[in-house]
Design a protein around this ligand. Structure first.
Ligand SMILES: [Zn+2]
Length: 403
């Protein structure tokens, strides 16, 4: 899947129509979830069928394109099946019982309900919501792709406007120049002191975008709440202040995303194999003292891009079990317990190394362990077949872009 995104230009009335469509999508999704909650033996088929029933029952649902309506049902089912999965796998803690969605921000059309005018870079939505024709603002050329390659069209609402995404069915490897093999491999250890430390002894600083903007965000949030008067209806000034606040948040999240993307690409370009920890960021974030910093680091965005570029450029990305990577001695294997504040690994065998560098060496070794042959054998990518993203000691997880 390959995604092209454009900003949309149109009239206020048209954006109101998009909002109306988004509300309908949310309505259908929540109705499907409540059907599943309130009756027994409701499966995928019943949920999907229910979307058609809703179309007959409510005229405003009928206005929404039928594929977009279907997709709303799919959203409901994906929430339900995720919950089933977690139960089956006996995930510790909360299983993610489906909730009613309150902040739906997108509509997803399949292959109907829209029409593209490539020449003038416009898109027309043809369903009953009267969204009409919108101009696409963006530099990527749509000429490059065939109509049948466009699998989905998504309308997304964000703090700073409305966007249109085209999901293209395309093997990214087909349009990507092959990167030369570097015959290099690297292990990386992500942390809070540094964004990551690699097995060659390099460090990448943590950008801390949130911390940097925290004062400004707090100020905006404060201004926003001051505009909200008890017992009075929401004022225009409040809405404006809220918009300013969410725009500031959007900026931070875009900075983080961009940083993760650039850093990941650099790693992929200069190595043939990248080993990293299979961290469950969700579990780490529960540590309330560190949660802000952990979220701010943006490891999951970084990992997503790392795996995506791995597939795209045919490089190996391997996630290893993080257990004891910072404790075990790289030279003799002795387990040396350290607290988070101990920055240096000192072992009785005489091995002294920076804590994070040591961990990244262990990560690289874990990733390459069990593979017979020399370093160069391992780097012979053909020997690995089609696998580009491997989880050692677990399920294989192919890097996917599923934004
Ligand atoms: Zn040792």
């Amino acid at each position: 899947m390959f995604i092209l995104e454009y900003k949309l230009r149109g009239k206020t009335q048209q954006f109101k129509a998009i909002d109306e469509g988004i509300r309908t999508v949310q309505f259908v999704r929540n109705k499907c979830v409540s059907l599943w909650m309130n009756s027994k033996n409701v499966g995928k088929a019943e949920v999907y069928r229910y979307t058609t029933t809703l179309r007959k029952e409510f005229p405003f649902v009928k206005c929404l394109n039928s594929t977009a309506c279907q997709q709303a049902g799919e959203r409901a089912w994906s929430a339900i099946s995720k919950f089933y999965d977690n139960c089956k796998k006996q995930v510790k803690g909360k299983k993610g019982y489906p909730k009613f969605s309150k902040r739906t921000r997108s509509i997803e059309y399949k292959q109907s309900g829209w029409k593209l005018d490539r020449d003038h870079k416009r898109i027309t939505f043809t369903d009953g919501n009267n969204i009409g024709t919108l101009k696409l603002i963006g530099s990527r050329d749509l000429y490059y792709f065939q109509e049948f390659q466009i699998q989905r069209v998504r309308l997304v609402k964000r703090a700073d406007g409305y966007f249109c995404q085209f999901c293209l069915k395309l093997d990214v490897r087909d349009i990507t120049p092959i990167l030369p093999q570097t015959k290099k491999m690297v292990g990386i250890d992500v942390g809070l002191k540094y964004f990551y430390a690699d097995s060659d002894g390099n460090f990448v600083e943590n950008p801390r975008f949130y911390r940097y903007s925290e004062a400004r965000l707090n100020r905006l949030n404060h201004r926003k709440s001051r505009k909200l008067k008890k017992g009075k209806p929401v004022s225009n000034n409040y809405i404006k202040a809220r918009q300013r606040y969410s725009k500031a948040h959007l900026k931070v999240s875009r900075q983080r995303e961009e940083f993760g993307k650039v850093t990941a690409l650099r790693l992929i370009q200069s190595n043939d194999l990248i080993a990293y920890e299979d961290l469950k960021v969700k579990n780490l974030v529960r540590n309330s003292k560190l949660s802000k910093s952990i979220n701010d680091a943006g490891w999951s965005q970084f990992r997503k891009w790392l795996e995506y570029f791995g597939v795209k450029y045919g490089k190996l990305t391997i996630a290893v079990n993080p257990a004891y990577t910072s404790q075990d001695c790289f030279q003799c294997g002795k387990r040396i317990k350290k607290s988070l504040s101990t920055r240096t690994h000192v072992c009785s065998c005489g091995y002294i190394e920076d804590r994070d560098t040591q961990a990244s060496l262990n990560i690289l070794r874990k990733a390459t362990m069990g593979h017979i042959g020399s370093k160069s054998d391992l780097l012979d990518l053909n020997a690995w077949g089609d696998l580009s993203s491997i989880l050692v000691g677990g399920n294989t997880c192919q890097g996917k872009m599923n934004q």
